[in-house]
Write a protein that binds this ligand. Structure first.
Ligand SMILES: Cc1cc2nc3c(=O)[nH]c(=O)nc-3n(C[C@H](O)[C@H](O)[C@H](O)COP(=O)(O)OP(=O)(O)OC[C@H]3O[C@@H](n4cnc5c(N)ncnc54)[C@H](O)[C@@H]3O)c2cc1C
Length: 503
């Protein structure tokens, strides 16, 4: 086996696949090594959050996922009765998309194929290493050993990540103390409305329709909460637990998948060691509550992809890669915290005090402010990076508040009467200078290789007050504002430069 890859990605789960696509969009040669010969038919994740959809929209492929999923305007926090309301979020996608992980992976793999990603299935990585100039991996495919080299290596190889262990990166956290059961089963007598979510002193449960007669049943059974995660789930066991919590088992039969999951919660001490990076479950694991692990992992991939591409193409200093851990480790830490809190509320709250805590928090979530805060946290819309990455960003009144903010897919109005949308101008994976004041002559030139930047001049209808005092926004390839250019600064200290062609 040979490869001319610049980046090797271990693992073709949703995170490894998206990272490979993101690298390929930027013209980076990438090889993905996946030990499984076939994709997995069972879907752990069913929820894709709005920010993940925005990231897919940034590259023009969100429509493929929307076509295969179902938007749901609300979500849950710790299975509490008051639902999180995503409908007020400032986004083209103010909802969660119900889409099985197997479909997400199929769509990502198809896109990777279109982009020419070199994906090798049945290739198990067994050893990794690095020196100052590059990385190598060794393993076995179809009984034959292989060894490949590249400039960088990314471990998107899931919770038990070999890449993480061989890089010597600690995976600190808490061992599993509680478990819950999951069954994809058929129901003779599904609950009214086909879905249900309830919690009481016996435990908690959710039923979600998967299509046809198939339903996902998740049960947190107070009586079986200490059963180790390795103990297999039987249909009889799931049925008994469901009856204990819900009073009936909805006539469950013919399971497609039975499994147990735990509240084990760990975060990689570092997301990088030299030329080796971690993303997704390789970097963070937790109770699957609120539909977050895959989403946060896919957003890790979007953060890392353009940075690796920029460095490999000589457009950015290698120090840019430090910002991956700087920006994403705090997101992983927040994920660690909110899922642990949900674990306490879902798996350790069966006594009267716990039930009272659940009821109190559920009542508080009726307040729009707390509800919106949690909705923004879980959806990823609330992520804001703390500092500008580019040096020499001009300062001005009202501009600091733009640093690190995500931008929704704003409609844009151009001087020639045409319209477009913001994300169209980011599809190539380049930076964007969005010049929002039609009066300013010339173009602000950020400290970037000109071939890595698109420049667009447009008005943003309905956002005039928000953009007051701003001449331009310098937008990163992943759709976050690096910095804003204040009106006066753009005239006096901005460097006029010819606009780059927008592709
Ligand atoms: C019950 C349940 C429900 C969930 N629901 C949601 C949800 O609704 N929303 C959400 O966002 N998240 C959810 N999650 C979490 C989500 O499934 C994971 O976060 C996601 O799969 C992580 O993706 P990944 O690509 O990082 O890792 P994985 O999906 O684990 O992929 C890693 C890949 O690496 C491969 N690999 C591993 N080692 C090697 C090796 N040595 N050589 C080659 N290949 C290797 C594996 O075969 C695998 O294909 C849920 C999890 C569970 C358990």
């Amino acid at each position: 086996m040979t490869s001319n890859a610049e980046v090797i990605v271990v693992g073709a789960g949703p995170v490894g696949l998206l990272l490979a696509c993101e690298l390929a969009v930027a013209g980076v040669r990438v090889t993905v090594l996946e030990r499984r010969a076939e994709t997995v038919p069972q879907s752990r994740a069913l929820t894709m959050h709005g920010r993940t959809l925005e990231m897919l929209a940034l590259r023009g492929v969100a429509g493929r996922f929307l076509a295969r999923g179902m938007p749901i305007p609300s979500g849950h926090f710790a299975g509490l009765p008051t639902r999180l309301d995503f409908s007020a979020c400032d986004s083209t996608y103010p909802f969660t998309l119900f889409i099985p992980q197997s479909v997400t992976e199929q769509l990502l793999e198809a896109w990777a194929g279109e982009l020419g990603v070199d994906l090798r299935r049945g290739a198990t990585v067994e050893a990794t290493g690095q020196d100052e100039d590059g990385v190598w991996v060794g393993g076995t495919q179809a009984g034959s050993p292989f060894r490949l080299a590249a400039r960088y290596l990314v471990g998107a190889d899931g919770a038990r990540s070999l890449v993480r262990r061989q890089a010597g990166i600690a995976f600190d956290g808490l061992a599993a103390t509680k478990t819950a059961m999951l069954g994809d089963v058929r129901l003779h007598t599904p609950p009214p409305g086909r879905a249900i979510s309830l919690g009481n002193s016996a435990g908690g449960m959710m039923v979600v329709p998967l299509g046809g007669e198939l339903y996902r049943v998740i049960v947190v059974d107070a009586q079986e909460i200490d059963v180790p995660v390795e103990v297999p789930v039987t249909l009889e066991g799931l049925s008994a637990a469901t009856r204990r919590v819900a009073g009936e088992d909805f006539g469950m039969h013919s399971p497609e998948w039975l499994s147990r999951f735990s509240n084990q919660t760990c975060l990689a001490q570092s997301y990088r060691k030299g030329r080796i990076f971690l993303a997704g479950d390789a970097a963070h694991i937790h109770l699957p509550a609120g539909g977050q692990g895959m989403n946060v992992g896919m957003q890790d991939a979007m953060n890392l992809g353009w940075k690796l591409a920029g460095v490999l193409r000589g457009r950015a200093d290698a120090s840019l890669l430090d910002s991956y851990e700087g920006e994403r480790h705090p997101v992983g830490a927040a994920l660690y915290r909110n899922t642990l809190a949900q674990s306490a509320l879902m798996m350790d709250s069966f006594d009267p005090a716990g039930q009272a805590l659940r009821a109190t928090l559920s009542d508080l979530m009726k307040g729009p402010e707390l509800n919106a805060t949690l909705a923004h946290d879980l959806s990823g819309f609330g992520i804001r990076y703390p500092a500008a990455l580019l040096s020499g960003a001009p300062e001005g009144d009202g501009c600091a508040r733009w640093i690190g903010r995500r931008l929704p897919d704003w409609p844009l109005q151009h001087a020639d009467g045409t319209a477009s949308s913001l994300y169209e101008h980011l599809a190539s994976g380049r930076w964007l200078v969005l010049q929002v004041d039609g009066e300013v002559q010339g173009h602000y030139q950020p400290a970037l290789d000109g071939a890595w930047v698109n420049v667009v001049t447009a008005l943003v209808p309905g956002r005039a007050a928000e953009l007051d005092g701003v001449a331009a926004l310098v937008v990163r390839p992943d759709g976050y504002v690096d910095h804003a250019v204040p009106l006066r600064s753009s005239v006096t200290s901005g460097n006029p430069c010819p606009a780059q062609a927008v592709t």
